[in-house]
Design a protein around this ligand. Structure first.
Ligand code: PGA
Length: 244
């Protein structure tokens, strides 16, 4: 989409208060964050108030890993966007494959959440991606278009799409640069022709580390990365954020 790159840490269900405090304290001391990078951190819900208090919002931007699509009510175990806003969250990851798999989140639930997040003027980071079986049977393009069609509303510029092939998450396997660019082009064409969206952020996610990150950022059209495991390791995330 342009110069600004989004470096999104997905902490998943990791870190306790002490560990999160230590990581944020170290991140705040980082001097040479690349000037075009936005450092976005998505902790688990219980850590959000703590992280919100610790960060300087010019330096670190807060996001969450999910939210409900209804404002409030009898939804045991869910979290409302109102509380995310109260705690300064600006981004919400929606439709991560772990939520689709573990919590049976369908495309239609993802779509409701995306619309709810947009209505509340936060930015959704919408995850899409194919399984290994779908990739091998050459169905991945069809699957991705279907996910984009079902999950993304029309006429919404500046939406964030995170392409996360399921086979790549936590596996150490990363698609080739050409494969990432193929999905970028498919997404661009599909969103322009079917959703009237011209400007969007395109992130890659799945086994990103400091080494492959540089190659991916310098040789593909991505606007940043969604990073799980490596985002918990200060040395790794430091190298990523300073592009060193
Ligand atoms: P990973 O996770 O970087 O540990 O593969 C990425 C993600 O699931 O968002």
């Amino acid at each position: 989409m342009g110069q600004v790159k989004l470096i999104v840490s997905n902490w998943k269900m990791n870190l306790d208060s002490k560990q999160a405090t230590r990581l944020i304290t170290n991140l705040k001391k980082l001097k040479k964050i690349h000037p075009n990078f936005k450092n976005i951190i998505c902790p688990q819900f219980m850590l959000i108030p703590l992280v919100s208090r610790l960060i300087n919002q010019n330096q670190i931007i807060l996001g969450s890993q999910d939210c409900h699509y209804i404002n409030e009510g009898a939804y045991t175990g869910d979290t409302s966007i109102k509380l995310l806003k109260e705690n300064n969250c600006k981004y919400v990851i929606i439709g991560h494959s772990e939520r689709r798999h573990n919590h049976k989140e369908t495309d239609s639930i993802v779509r409701k959440k995306v619309e709810h997040v947009l209505l509340n003027k936060l930015k959704p980071i919408v995850c899409v991606g194919e399984s290994l079986k779908q990739r091998k049977s050459n169905k991945y393009k069809y699957i991705l278009k279907k996910q984009l069609n079902n999950c993304i509303p029309t006429n919404q510029n500046h939406i964030v799409i995170a392409y996360e092939p399921i086979w790549s998450i936590g596996s150490g396997l990363v698609p080739t640069l050409n494969e990432i660019n193929e999905i970028y082009s498919l997404t661009k064409l599909f969103l322009r022709n079917n959703k009237k969206i011209k400007d969007f952020y395109f992130l890659y996610g799945g086994s990103v580390n400091s080494e492959n990150f540089k190659k991916i950022l310098d040789n593909t059209d991505v606007d940043g990365a969604l990073i799980g495991g490596a985002s918990l390791n200060f040395k790794e995330i430091k190298k990523i954020l300073t592009k060193s």
